[in-house]
Write a protein that binds this ligand. Structure first.
Ligand SMILES: [Zn+2]
Length: 399
């Protein structure tokens, strides 16, 4: 008999910025080795592939998919992507992750081809493009979740820097003042990130002195916290340049290609396309290729009121479903609340995760699987119609 529902056994990635307690607090998951549990990976990525039981045998999800790809992820997805096109995560940031930009699909294809042709090894620290794919991301907050996303308005950036009045930056500021447009912001961003040696040190020191005098202001208090995590880093200026916001649980935002962003603190669900292409822009000890970064960055302000996503309900118009608008074909994402035999229909492979209560997934043939909060299940494309009952909320990833 073919099983329809495959509970996932997921890899937990320990990264230095991860949280020691968040998975335990939210899902009751143990942390016996006391590791910084940064991410749970739900998917078939080679660097951390989930496993499932097939006929009692522990099997890599990627092997299960590859055995009969058109049936498992759907013929259209198999043809377009040749793999499960998304990676679904729980992400627990205790410390800030680097400020970063992901290239567009066209930039990734060109950049990957160029570095391959130049013979730069995939593992080299100066390698920018690990694959030819874009990396759109969506984050859905499970706790209060502080992040940066997109450039602030020109006037806002200028107001901060006029207030700081840092000597070594006066020429940069004057240029931005005179050129409040994409070229002006691009030049400012590049010049700031390119500061080196004494100039950089002086600029960061003056910034921190100002922050220390103004720490009753939330933004400058945050800046001081970041400076403990990344002392002397030029990325400490980024909260003054980028929109800095705190999502409340249940709020979500999309991270566009070519748009600088950073996750600062909090736990959330994240879904992304399969790619490792990251161009760093500060808050990192790793390699920064400022020229390539700026070439891949759209230096235009992102209005604050466009950052949070407005979900729509499904076609039935019921209020218990939030489906998020995603501008790329790689994934879709929805959150369902208090469902009683909610009928769902696969058009691709799906991953469901129980967020805050147990959930039961059932098929008309009688097969049933129950998940506890924090647990997830893989539903192949061939399943067709199935139903879910959940007294709390669950997330649904598909494409
Ligand atoms: Zn990112």
């Amino acid at each position: 008999m073919t099983a329809y529902f495959y509970p996932l056994n997921n890899v937990i990635q320990d990264y230095a910025w991860g949280s020691y307690s968040s998975l335990n607090t939210l899902f009751g998951m143990a942390n016996p080795e006391n590791k910084p549990q940064a991410e749970i990976w739900m998917g078939a990525h080679p660097n951390g592939c989930s496993t499932i039981l097939v006929d009692g045998q522990e099997t890599l999800l990627s092997d299960f998919i590859n055995k009969d790809m058109a049936a498992v992820i759907g013929a259209k997805t198999a043809e377009t992507f040749g793999e499960l096109p998304y990676l679904f995560k729980v992400l627990c940031a205790e410390k800030a992750l680097s400020v970063q930009v992901h290239p567009s699909k066209a930039q990734a294809e060109a950049g990957f081809a160029k570095e391959e042709a130049a013979g730069i090894p995939l593992t080299a620290s100066v390698r920018n493009y690990k694959d030819p794919n874009h990396k759109p991301e969506l984050v859905y907050a499970l706790t209060s979740y502080t992040a940066m996303n997109g450039f602030r308005d020109y006037a806002e950036i200028l107001a901060f820097f006029h207030q700081l009045n840092i000597d070594v930056l006066s020429e940069l500021i004057a240029n931005l003042d005179a050129n409040q447009n994409e070229q002006g912001l691009s030049a400012f961003f590049e010049a700031l990130l390119s500061l080196e040696g004494e100039q950089k040190e002086q600029a960061v020191n003056e910034l921190l002195a100002f922050a220390a005098d103004n720490q009753t202001d939330e933004l400058f208090a945050l800046l001081l916290t970041l400076s403990e995590q990344y002392p002397g880093d030029i990325g400490l200026f980024s909260p003054l340049i980028l929109n800095t916001l705190t999502l409340q649980p249940g709020e979500a935002m999309f991270l566009d290609a070519c748009t600088p962003h950073a996750y600062i603190k909090g736990t959330g669900l994240e879904i992304m396309a399969n790619s490792d292409n990251v161009l760093r822009a500060g808050l990192t000890p790793k390699h920064m290729d400022v020229e390539e970064l700026v070439a891949c960055t759209r230096c235009v302000p992102m209005p604050k009121d466009t950052i949070l996503l407005s979900p729509s309900s499904d076609a039935s118009g019921k209020g218990n479903v939030k489906l998020y608008p995603i501008p790329v074909p790689d994934f879709n994402f929805g959150v369902y609340q208090q469902t009683e035999n909610e009928r769902l229909h696969t058009t691709s492979a799906e991953i469901l995760m129980a967020i805050d209560a147990p959930m039961t997934v059932s098929h008309a043939n009688g097969e049933t699987v129950t998940l506890q909060k924090g647990e997830s299940v893989f539903v192949p494309a061939f399943v067709g119609e199935y139903s879910v009952t959940c007294s709390g909320s669950f997330a649904r990833a598909f494409n």
